[in-house]
Design a protein around this ligand. Structure first.
Ligand SMILES: [Mn+2]
Length: 242
């Protein structure tokens, strides 16, 4: 059986062109041999609407379209940066949009997929912001603005996010054990894969009557990060920047 691949937190941005280059290489190379690719959020540092005509936006959709046309299934779950990715993006790139959370069967094991931001329940300021920007009325008002105005808003939001991340205690920016236990139990699964925290690891989770595993995907800042599921094995691997 061929591999199933998981990536997240690339935070693609014009300031880090080598990361975009690595993704394009990955989509045209390694991913072509896979059965499926899951993109679990924050692929883009920001996404201001599917009408974005920037080079970066077009190149990524093009490479995804080539991948999906070659027969590889690709699934896209939004993160806290690219939650405005919508149906036009999906149609152009051939990806299937996934809700957060979503349960899949991976090598026979029911597996819960999330971006991970909803697990960071101690970050109250962020959770409040999330409620606002996930509101359909807020989203349609935002998307009705001209592209230039939306880009300016995204730049301001990035700056505020940087300040918040710098000021908040590291502990607040991580998942809480209570949230992890609660989603595992609510979905009746013993495996969770998520990103968002940029703390790649495979954790063992002790539940009341069973044990589970929590796999955290890595970010794409100093390298690429890929979770490969193949022949019943999961491997968290890195890829060097070009
Ligand atoms: Mn995130």
């Amino acid at each position: 059986m061929s591999a199933v691949l998981f990536i997240s937190d690339l935070h693609l941005d014009d300031t880090r062109p080598r990361v975009t280059e690595l993704l394009l290489q990955f989509l045209r190379g390694e991913a072509r041999e896979a059965q499926a690719l899951y993109l679990l959020g924050d692929v883009f540092e920001s996404w201001v609407g599917d009408d974005d005509d920037s080079r970066l936006a077009l190149d990524v959709q093009q490479a995804l379209a080539e991948l999906t046309r070659s027969g590889v299934e690709a699934y896209f779950m939004a993160g806290n940066r690219d939650f405005l990715v919508g149906d036009a993006f999906a149609a152009r790139s051939g990806v299937v949009l996934l809700p957060d959370p979503a349960v899949i069967t991976l090598g026979g094991v029911p597996t819960l997929l999330m971006h991970g931001d909803t697990l960071c329940t101690d970050d109250l300021a962020y959770q409040k912001f999330r409620v606002q920007v996930r509101d359909p009325a807020w989203q349609s008002a935002f998307l009705a603005q001209p592209l230039a105005q939306r880009r300016a808003f995204a730049a301001r939001a990035r700056e505020q996010s940087r300040q918040h991340t710098g000021a908040a205690m590291a502990q607040i920016m991580d998942v809480t054990q209570a949230a992890v236990h609660s989603v595992l139990q609510a979905h009746g699964v013993t495996r969770l894969i998520h990103g968002h925290t940029h703390r790649p690891a495979c954790h063992h989770v002790e539940l009341e009557s069973s044990s589970a595993e929590r796999i955290v995907l890595g970010d794409w800042y100093d390298q690429g990060s890929v979770l490969r599921a193949e022949d019943g094995r999961l491997a968290l691997e890195t890829r060097a920047l070009p």
